[in-house]
Design a protein around this ligand. Structure first.
Ligand SMILES: *Cc1c(COP(=O)(O)O)cnc(C)c1O
Length: 453
């Protein structure tokens, strides 16, 4: 057989397998290494059939060129790449404008919303502590108030940074929070209230305006100034374009910080998120570090240090390329297809929709109606077997965990033709499941174990 430095027809890995444990003693020919790795990653799901992810799986060729051309740029190296640093500030200012900031904002490019949330919540903790220390009050028991409809990152923040989570449970039919849910949870140790714009579970929004009103009255009646952080990971690039008249952003006085994922409806490949403050004063000076390792004194507010700037460059491309008009067209088109798919599922008589009667992300959240011989997980398993659709079935958060739903994200990979195929496949899966009396038990076990197909 060929040695990989002088490869013949069959590369070494073909019979030896891929390195998985020991650090390889010898290397291999680049072509052989490419084939090996390419085959490994090809076992992952096909992005065109991925209805589960919120993350962008398609960008224009020009954006891909810009990404490829800036792959070498280390974002943190502001001395060598000052224009990249300037592009961060431009994007933050544009997002401040999009989110109706009243004055000069500040913020940060992040790896995603998770980093943005850690930083935004840390800023809230610092502001709370400074205010308490100024009056000599105790600072040992900070708490954060949010609904169980949040993303797991908020529980992570609380655990990693020693903050008590005060959470509002869900219930069947109630998958978001409003002012009535949180009033009793707020006290002088509350560093903030989290409101979600476009939840991961159902794509709905918490009542941010109602929460803002409550916090304004708490401020005037009890003297507690509790800020809102809006987790707009998905909704931040949806609401401004298709629900521009709904106030959820800095138009509301108590909203002090917002995160948004550029790699979700910001329409950029994975690796970009944003944190935007209402006002530069909302970022405590103590969280900004100054160093000069790279030749110039630089202010950094980030959890990572070295990281690529290519996704940020791609975000700036999208802002320039699309503008408000382009995003409105793109997100509006996704919403149109989501509504079409929702109407078809409803018309089939087999499903009930969740959240479709109000403002919602471009997705369809639905559950099996009536009492057929199959459930949501069976449907997910059947459409995976039939055509490789990755359609997630999952239970809603406590105390609505008895409700299992299916959720199809409608992004730029779901054209009308693809949506028609999907609808036909979902309804066809129900017919198959009627005949079989549910999914084959073994297959169902594999789907439940998350090993899929
Ligand atoms: C996706 C998501 C997050 C996490 O964002 P990443 O960009 O994946 O780090 C947080 N909150 C909500 C509501 C989300 O949808």
């Amino acid at each position: 057989m060929a040695d990989d430095h002088h490869p013949g027809y069959v590369p070494r890995f073909f019979t030896e397998g891929a390195p998985t444990q020991d650090f390889p003693t010898e290397g291999m020919d680049p072509r052989a290494a490419y084939q090996l790795v390419r085959q490994e990653v090809s076992f992952d799901g096909d992005p065109w059939r991925n209805l589960a992810t919120f993350v962008t799986t398609w960008m224009e060729p020009e954006a891909q060129d810009l990404i490829a051309e800036s792959l070498h740029t280390n974002f943190i190296d502001h001395a060598e790449y000052p224009r990249a640093a300037d592009i961060e500030r431009r994007c933050v200012r544009m997002l401040g404008d999009l989110f109706n900031a009243p004055a000069q904002t500040t913020g940060a490019r992040c790896q995603g919303s998770s980093e943005a949330i850690m930083l935004g919540a840390l800023a809230a903790k610092w502001r709370w502590r400074k205010a308490r220390e100024a009056t000599g009050a105790d600072t040992s028991t900070p708490n954060l108030v949010y609904g169980r409809d949040v993303h797991v990152v908020w529980d992570k923040f609380c655990r990693y940074f020693d903050v008590e989570p005060r959470t509002v449970p869900m219930a069947e039919g109630k998958y978001t929070i409003g002012p009535g849910d949180i009033e009793a949870l707020i006290d002088e140790n509350t560093i903030g209230v989290v409101a979600v714009l476009g939840t991961t579970f159902t794509g709905q929004a918490d009542d941010v305006a109602g929460i803002n009103d409550l916090l304004l009255s708490i401020r005037s009646e009890r003297g507690l100034d509790v800020p809102i952080h809006v987790d707009a990971a998905s909704g931040g690039f949806v609401w401004p374009f298709i629900y521009p008249d709904t106030s959820w952003d800095f138009r509301l006085e108590q909203v002090h910080s917002i995160n948004v994922s550029g790699h979700k409806f910001g329409l950029v490949y994975p690796g970009i998120g944003w944190l935007v403050f209402r006002h530069s004063d909302d970022l405590p000076e103590e969280l900004v570090f100054y160093e000069n390792y790279l030749g110039e004194t630089d202010a950094t507010f980030t959890l990572n240090f070295s990281t690529g700037s290519s996704k940020m460059v791609a975000q700036y491309y999208n802002f320039c390329r699309l503008g408000r008009a382009g995003y409105t067209e793109a997100i509006g088109a996704m919403k149109t297809n989501a509504e079409w798919l929702a109407a078809g599922l409803l018309e089939s008589g087999r499903f009930d929709l969740i959240g479709a009667d109000g403002e919602q992300l471009p997705l369809v959240c639905f559950r099996v109606s009536g009492d057929p011989a199959f459930d949501e997980r069976d449907v997910a398993g059947q459409v995976a077997m039939d055509r490789g659709w990755m359609l997630p079935a999952y239970s809603l958060p406590p105390n609505a965990e008895g409700v299992t739903v299916l959720r199809a994200l409608v992004r730029s990979n779901l054209s009308r033709s693809a949506a028609e195929t999907l609808l036909g496949d979902i309804v066809g899966a129900c017919e198959t499941l009627d005949r079989k009396g549910g999914l084959h038990p073994d297959a169902r076990a594999r789907v439940r174990a998350g090993t899929g197909y």
